[in-house]
Design a protein around this ligand. Structure first.
Ligand SMILES: [Zn+2]
Length: 170
């Protein structure tokens, strides 16, 4: 009799755990929201489902921008791109950086000291680092550090995979 109630107890606990796990699996990933006080250029927002992003992006672009992966240093040809032009978000084409603020940080990642407009991006704490995201579609772009050159002293350390480059004639 006592043994039976122990089995029943275990069965109830297992069923409960399975139910919680099932609920977790069936809950769609919460869409990322702009943090309080953050804005985007012209209030523009692009929000897509996970499946839509997967369909639009390459596997590598998806891993970096939607899953916060980091590309290998020196793996992007944009690290050594020196032509005049515009760097936009690979997901939503939001203009992010100008070649005028690009500098060679020696890190192996495309680096800038300022975004093209202040609200092109927003930042969020990421452990001891500060994460940089696109303010229009929330794409993970990279991190920002405070060891950059003048005039801002900032180093926006970007994944080239998250950027698309458009050359402009000067
Ligand atoms: Zn974007």
């Amino acid at each position: 009799m006592k043994q039976n109630s122990v089995f029943v107890g275990i069965a109830v606990i297992l069923a409960g755990a399975l139910w919680i796990y099932g609920t977790y699996l069936s809950t769609p990933k919460k869409a990322h929201r702009l943090p309080a006080g953050a804005t985007s250029p012209q209030g523009k927002r692009v929000e897509k489902t996970d499946a839509e992003w997967r369909g639009l992006l390459t596997r590598k672009q998806y891993a970096v921008t939607r899953e916060r992966d980091t590309e290998w240093p020196n793996s992007s040809e944009l690290t050594h791109e020196h032509r005049a032009g515009l760097y936009s978000c690979v997901c939503c084409h939001n203009p992010l950086f100008s070649s005028r603020t690009k500098f060679d940080s020696g890190t192996g990642w495309p680096s800038f000291y300022d975004p093209i407009v202040v609200n092109a991006i927003y930042t969020e704490p990421d452990g001891s680092r500060t994460e940089v995201r696109c303010s229009v579609c929330d794409a993970h772009l990279g991190h920002v550090f405070t060891d950059g050159p003048e005039p801002t002293g900032l180093r926006f350390c970007m994944n080239g995979t998250a950027l698309s480059f458009t050359q402009v004639s000067q």
